[in-house]
Design a protein around this ligand. Structure first.
Ligand SMILES: Cc1cc2nc3c(=O)[nH]c(=O)nc-3n(C[C@H](O)[C@H](O)[C@H](O)COP(=O)(O)OP(=O)(O)OC[C@H]3O[C@@H](n4cnc5c(N)ncnc54)[C@H](O)[C@@H]3O)c2cc1C
Length: 487
């Protein structure tokens, strides 16, 4: 400490800078999965961390996304099981009713317990959580408006402010008849009919959930197939599975207009054939993607810009560092190839924290991030689709087989498929699954793709019998020239 009471780095004895700002090693703005994972890892590496969150730590994924939606989809699966029990297995069960408040209470309890868990992790790690909205005042300094507190970061500042639902021009969510995925969670009851706009993962999951709970569902997607970023065979199998369950799937279709009624909407949809379809529904759920959140952040004060869509683009993707040294970005605020998924944001948080701590850390391998749709049937994939592989100039060998080619697939009796895309005579480029529980099966594909394995590497390993995962093993056996059950 100097004679004037300051440390060698210019801070006062209480940790404040000479100008009165609270100094810390790392400031993280946003306490969602991207932000809190950065904070936890940075603290574990010995850095002093301030995490600013204006709502609740856990962010979208915990409070409005992954966790509540998957809790509800679990309940939907139980409802589907009652029909299957009756129709296939002679178990004479009937569904009496769905007690929506009870379902919501269980869901909210799961969210609340996870929330307390995240808070406890942060406290245990020594992360200082500051409640309020952060605004940038310089490259490494912020002001938290509600508190009037200012902070500066010695090592780095991490932007993790996430995303919010997007809508279409002229379609203003009112939380009751026109809703976003956020509103759908907090609705007072279940609608009898839903028009879902958007056939990506969120739209498909909500369509599937509402159908399981008895609603009439129309699913409209502008691209020529639902889950358009997935392999075409995945879209085909998913479409077939959803249609079989009574969902009216309309790909290549566009919403022309939507008129608000007292208790719903009346919409007109231009179908792929150019016809006009009239749809009346109690709810119009807009699931057309998500937009990055930078409002109120004043990124310009840090010398940053956003791209035309509002994303903060790293200058160095290997470190997720912006053009302003020491300012990093993680999570949904990143443009593609960051996929807007919680597990990708965890990996980004680890990378940025390790970078700031000076610990070697490999760049995020975006090509090997798994993608899952938790509908019924589920889809799960990692790596390149067949069309992408060909477009990138690979000579491709693909092998598809139905899940019902293995005994456990027949037990489930819900169709599905495994598709493996490889370089001819070489490594595995993509694994694509559709069917029950495939979300739990994609981790294997992720290791195969991430480790540049070849089919013969996988074929050496024995899959348990009888399981659904056996179908994955079998698909690799065939590609390695050792197929047993695949014709
Ligand atoms: C319905 C739905 C289902 C989903 N399902 C899945 C799934 O199954 N699997 C999956 O991997 N992903 C899923 N996602 C995506 C996942 O939720 C996001 O990728 C993830 O939440 C992004 O995390 P993030 O930390 O970037 O942002 P967020 O979680 O959005 O967190 C950002 C945080 O920053 C805070 N904030 C913003 N601005 C400020 C400011 N100026 N000052 C202080 N705080 C601020 C916000 O309050 C928020 O808490 C789903 C999303 C939705 C909507």
């Amino acid at each position: 400490m100097n004679a004037d009471g300051r440390n060698a780095d210019g801070r006062n004895a209480d940790g404040r800078n000479a100008d009165g700002r609270n100094a810390t090693d790392v400031i993280v703005i946003g306490g969602g999965t991207g932000g809190y994972s950065t904070a936890l890892r940075a603290a574990a590496l010995g850095l002093e961390v301030v995490l600013v969150e204006r709502d609740k730590v856990g962010g979208t994924c915990l409070h409005r996304g992954c966790i509540p939606s998957k809790a509800m989809l679990h309940a939907a699966e139980l409802v589907d099981g009652i029909a299957e029990a009756r129709e296939r297995w002679g178990v004479k069960a009937t569904l009496e009713t769905v007690d929506w408040p009870a379902l919501v209470a269980t869901r909210d309890d799961i969210v609340a317990r996870n929330h307390r868990g995240v808070e406890a992790h942060l406290a245990h790690a020594g992360v200082r959580v500051v409640r309020g909205s952060a605004r940038l005042t310089g490259p490494r300094s912020i002001r938290v408006d509600e508190q009037g507190a200012e902070f500066t970061a010695r090592r780095g500042l991490v932007l993790a402010t996430g995303s919010r639902p997007r809508t279409l021009p002229g379609l203003v969510p009112d939380g009751r008849r026109v809703v976003t995925s956020d509103d759908a969670l907090f609705a007072p009851g279940l609608p009898a009919s839903v028009l879902v706009l958007g056939g990506g993962a969120i739209g498909v999951e909500y369509a599937s959930f509402h159908r399981s709970l008895g609603a009439e569902v129309t699913l409209v997607e502008a691209a020529d197939r639902i889950v358009p970023l997935e392999d075409a065979d995945v879209s085909r199998h998913l479409t077939r599975g959803l249609k079989k369950r009574g969902i009216d799937v309309r790909a290549g279709a566009r919403l022309l207009d939507a008129e608000l009624l007292g208790d719903g909407v009346r919409a007109r949809v231009r179908t792929a054939r150019g016809e006009t379809l009239a749809v009346e529904a109690e709810r119009l759920l807009v699931a057309v993607g998500r937009a990055p959140v930078t409002e109120g952040l004043d990124v310009a004060a840090a010398g940053l810009t956003t791209d035309e869509r509002g994303f903060v683009v790293p200058a160095d993707w290997d470190r997720l560092e912006t053009a302003v040294p020491g300012v990093h970005v993680v999570g949904d605020l990143l443009p593609p190839p960051s996929p807007g998924l919680a597990h990708a944001s965890f990996a980004e948080g680890l990378l940025v924290a390790e970078t700031l701590a000076g610990v070697p850390s490999a760049p995020v391998d975006y090509a090997a991030v798994p993608r899952v749709t938790y509908s019924s049937p589920q889809t799960a994939a990692v790596g390149l689709s067949e069309a992408e592989a060909r477009a990138r100039g690979h000579e491709v060998t693909a092998n598809s087989m139905p899940l019902t080619a293995v005994a456990k697939g027949m037990v489930h009796g819900r169709g599905g498929m495994v598709k493996v895309v490889t370089e001819t005579g070489g490594r595995v480029l993509g694994v694509h699954l559709v069917g029950p529980h495939v979300s739990e099966m994609i981790a294997e594909g992720q290791l195969v793709v991430g480790w540049d394995a070849e089919p013969s590497d996988v074929a050496r390993h024995i899959h348990p019998h009888p399981t659904l995962s056996e179908a994955v093993g079998e698909a690799f056996l065939t590609l390695a020239g050792r197929g047993l059950h695949q014709q």
